[in-house]
Design a protein around this ligand. Structure first.
Ligand SMILES: C[S@@+](CC[C@H](N)C(=O)[O-])C[C@H]1O[C@@H](n2cnc3c(N)ncnc32)[C@H](O)[C@@H]1O
Length: 196
């Protein structure tokens, strides 16, 4: 959903079924093979931020994140008091702008949390925020798309149709190292920004 109150209430009432409590295995494996610690990385809809914490502790200093709910941001900062506050932004992802261009945007249960009607805006906003050779990498759910999310699913064909005008699809395939409850239900994607 794209309503801040919807997500605020989930956090305030501890109804956070998506929150696995640690950085997800496929993303950790992906992060571990990145050698350039100077990359500018953004995690939208970061929630409690376990992937952000992992990257920060691994020495990536230019990691940024955004979420419009205050509670998970506070949770993250309580766990990571040395993290620069200006790099975790409390704002609506779709209304936000920043002068930085990111090399990498990490996807983890944000794309599938927003209403499908906003997916074209997700493509536009990620495209706008990425540097010339920037990319989106991460996970997207692949169960049938229904109205009864979040999470909202989708298929490879839909995702290809959505991204291919603005992104080169380097990888979009069943994730082989998902955490057990998500096995068979998610894709690992690498989507590289096309140059205008
Ligand atoms: C399903 S949760 C995922 C959180 C985190 N990625 C995780 O895996 O634990 C979706 C998150 O996106 C945030 N969110 C939803 N719509 C947003 C928007 N338009 N702008 C910023 N954050 C948003 C919610 O507050 C929530 O923290």
């Amino acid at each position: 959903m794209n309503k801040k109150e919807f997500w605020d209430n989930k956090y305030l009432n501890n109804k956070t079924g998506w929150d696995i409590g640690y950085a997800s295995t496929p993303l950790v494996k992906y992060f571990d093979q990145i050698s350039d610690k100077d990359l500018f990385i953004l995690i939208p809809g970061v929630g409690n931020g376990y992937e952000l914490e992992y990257l920060w502790k691994a020495g990536f200093k230019n990691v940024y994140a955004i979420d419009f709910s205050e509670k998970p941001i506070k949770n993250f900062l309580d766990r990571n008091p040395d993290f620069p506050e200006k790099q975790i932004i409390c704002n609506d992802f779709f209304e936000w702008s920043i002068s930085i261009k990111f090399d990498l945007i990490i996807e983890q249960t944000f794309f599938c949390a927003i209403p499908p009607a906003l997916r074209k805006q997700y493509v536009k906003q990620t495209y706008r925020l990425l540097s010339e050779q920037g990319k989106i990498s991460g996970l997207m759910f692949t169960f049938p798309l229904t109205e009864s999310g979040p999470p909202f699913g989708g298929s490879i064909e839909e995702y290809q149709g959505l991204f291919r005008e603005k992104f080169t699809i380097r990888k979009m395939e069943e994730c082989y190292n998902s955490i057990p409850p998500r096995q068979g239900n998610e894709l690992f994607v690498i989507l590289e920004k096309k140059i205008d």
